[in-house]
Design a protein around this ligand. Structure first.
Ligand code: COA
Ligand code: AMP
Length: 631
């Protein structure tokens, strides 16, 4: 039997044995009572009764075992022209002191802290300081608007919010502080204080008695030791798009998280302690949590924090420059980043300016990897290119080629095979298994492995309804796909209203809620249509109220502004068309799938149940006016 098969089978045959062995490399103050606690099915917990500290495992452990002088973090910012390195000793000391500062502001075990920061070292320091105290961090991505931040403040009820005065996007400075002030204003829950990192590019005005300066609170603080927490205590909440405007607070616990992520570094990414690993994502996304912050540090590797874009900062060679400058062994990013680079430098000419001889592998995730991008990356880089599939909920890959175990042949369009602990199956609408190569719902047999989400914050019932109810005994991924005769998994599309825009997960339902609030809009729909660069882009369909005589293009401009203001620029909602009616089935269901196919210019069939077929021609015509619906 191949080593992949043997490993995977052993993980399913005896998960407790498999994961307790992996847990041996983790530092525990107290060993667990049970490896897998199934006393509350279908909710499972890992390593119950165990005590540890996540920050200790990320930093202090390496300081105490001879790695203190090694770089833990390299901050490389083409936005500011800065490169700054922190050894494990330095990072530990900065984190311990900031933990002291948070404690001085009243933060203790179990308290929530929202972190609203761009890609600066202080974002990692704040997150790790929370982990050190046993406090629960919740990072909010900078591209979200005040309203989204306010929703998260009300759900997480943080004691303190840590933010920066500004973020830097190519060509513009984004003042975070006014967005934060507005969010606190909108929220019902008020944090007792905020800590603001003043960046020189744009300093923030402070509210006396509520806002505290990062430098000042740090100067007044003393280092705080690591606080032991239960393996099952929450480490963080990360909000992700659900099928309504209300985001889901995905919870990660402490114990299973360290065990799974540490295991993944050597076995999935094949990166060893002391080597440099770079996830070019953002700390606001799950990839940033798991693979910018935690996993590389658990493993004793060096992590790269990159404040820039794949193109334009200053050019499409910046990824190669960072790899060469810092001797990066493994790069992880989204296919969109590679599509952007390829568009600017199709022949890969900029690659020749850099020495990439030490570079070993590329991992891509966050959206479907199209075969053209896969081939381009393989050909230009000459290293294994690994498509791997995962979700905010799962925290680490569901399926991947395990480079540290056995390199399996690549099949285009497939993230290869399930990682250990993942028993993947494809079920039909009635919950019955389908045959090889037949499309259905991709589900994972419970229990999920450690490191996945134990629950949603304050929403156990929603957790059950969204993930566990439809297929009893399984976790519903909400992705559709198939498994071929060799056991390769293919992920085709979401089964809900989630779309992936530049690797960012967005809810079209949330956008529809905003459009519906426009006084002239009677009905609306938002579909994700195919985009060559970003994978998908949202397009709105608006039906105006009877009697509205305003220029439709003005309404379109207004709804575009509304989505930007309420959800944020990251939604990339820039296009909408006004139509007479929305196509519906006779029972009144909006035919979003058909509209999407028309917009994509792909083959579509007239739905048998449509109430008014003529409307589809009108929709196609309107879409052509904005560049879509061309076959
Ligand atoms: N703070 C504030 N605004 C932000 C932001 C942040 N952290 N991140 C993005 N935005 C803004 C952008 O400035 C842009 O605004 P605009 O409409 O005024 O131009 C908007 O949100 C959309 O951003 P994005 O989707 O990133 O598009 P882009 O055109 O700026 O860049 C790429 C395109 C391909 C370069 C970029 O999407 C990219 O690097 N993608 C890689 C994917 C990735 O890292 N995914 C993470 C999951 S692994
Ligand atoms: P997120 O929670 O933001 O990580 O988004 C998760 C979703 O992104 C998944 O449910 C998939 O729809 C999609 N996704 C992530 N990785 C892949 C991949 N390798 N192939 C196809 N889709 C992917």
């Amino acid at each position: 039997m191949s080593s992949y098969n043997a490993l995977h089978q052993s993980s399913l045959a005896d998960p407790e044995e498999f994961w307790s062995r992996a847990a041996e490399s983790v530092h525990w103050y107290k060993r667990w009572d049970r490896v897998l606690d199934d006393s509350d099915k279908p909710f499972y917990r890992w390593f119950s009764g165990g005590e540890l500290n996540t920050c200790y495992n990320a930093l202090d452990l390496h300081c105490d075992t001879g790695r203190g002088e090694q770089d833990a973090l390299i901050y490389d910012s083409p936005m500011t022209g800065q490169v700054k390195k922190f050894t494990y000793f330095e990072l530990r000391d900065e984190v311990a002191t900031f933990a002291g500062a948070l404690a001085n502001r009243g933060v203790g075990k179990g308290d929530r802290v929202i972190v609203y920061m761009p890609m600066v070292p202080e974002a990692l320091i704040a997150v790790l300081a929370c982990a050190r105290l046993g406090a629960v961090h919740s990072v909010v991505f900078g591209g979200f608007a005040s309203n989204e931040l306010a929703v998260r403040i009300d759900d997480a009820t943080p004691k303190v919010i840590v933010a920066a005065s500004c973020g830097l996007e190519p060509g513009r400075t984004i003042d975070y502080k006014p967005l934060l002030d507005e969010a606190i204003n909108l929220a019902r829950h008020k944090p007792s204080s905020t800590i603001i990192l003043q960046r020189e590019q744009s300093r923030a005005s402070m509210v006396s008695g509520r806002d505290f300066d990062w430098q000042e609170v740090v100067a007044a603080a003393t280092p705080h030791p690591c606080v032991p927490v239960l393996a099952t205590d929450p480490l963080y909440i990360l909000y992700t798009s659900g099928t309504t405007g209300e985001p889901k607070g995905v919870v990660r616990d402490n114990g299973g998280h360290v065990v799974a992520l540490k295991w993944s570094m050597a076995n999935i990414y094949d990166v060893q302690p002391g080597e440099v690993y770079w996830a070019a994502s953002d700390v606001g996304w799950v990839v940033g949590h798991s693979y910018i912050i935690y996993a590389p540090l658990f493993a004793g590797s060096t992590t790269v924090l990159f404040e820039g874009k794949p193109v334009g900062t200053p050019d499409a060679g910046v990824f190669w420059r960072v790899i060469a400058d810092h001797d990066v062994k493994c790069l992880f990013t989204a296919p969109t980043a590679f599509r952007a680079i390829r568009k600017e430098d199709p022949d890969g000419r900029l690659l020749k300016n850099y020495d990439l001889s030490g570079y070993r592998s590329l991992f891509l995730a966050g959206e479907r990897l199209d075969p053209d991008t896969l081939k381009w990356a393989q050909e230009k880089l000459g290293v294994p290119v690994v498509d791997h599939w995962w979700q905010t909920e799962t925290g680490w890959p569901i399926c991947s080629n395990l480079l540290g175990v056995e390199v399996l042949p690549v099949k285009e369009g497939s993230p290869t095979k399930p990682a250990p602990g993942w028993d993947m199956q494809v079920l039909d609408d009635n919950g019955k298994p389908v045959g090889a190569n037949e499309i259905g719902a991709l589900v994972a047999k419970l229990p999920l492995p450690p490191g996945t989400f134990p629950t949603l914050w304050n929403a156990r019932e929603r957790h059950f309804d969204a993930y566990l109810k439809d297929y009893p005994g399984y976790y519903k991924t909400s992705d559709a796909g198939f498994i071929d005769e060799d056991g390769y998994v293919f992920v085709m599309s979401r089964t809900d209203d989630i779309i992936n825009v530049a690797g960012h997960r967005l809810s079209t339902g949330a956008m529809e809620e905003v459009l519906a609030d426009h006084p002239d809009v009677a009905e609306c729909a938002v579909c994700g249509v195919a985009d060559q660069l970003k994978g998908q882009l949202p397009v709105g369909f608006l039906v105006l109220n009877a009697g509205v005589e305003r220029d439709p293009s003005v309404v379109v401009t207004e709804v575009v502004t509304m989505v930007r203001d309420r959800i944020g620029p990251v939604a990339a909602f820039k296009q909408a068309v006004v139509v007479k009616r929305l196509p519906k089935t006779r029972s009144g269901k909006v035919l979003r799938g058909t509209m999407q196919k028309i917009a994509d210019g792909s083959q579509w069939k007239m739905p048998a149940t449509i109430d008014d077929p003529v409307i589809l021609d009108e929709i196609a015509e309107m879409l052509r006016t904005i560049g879509y619906a061309r076959s």
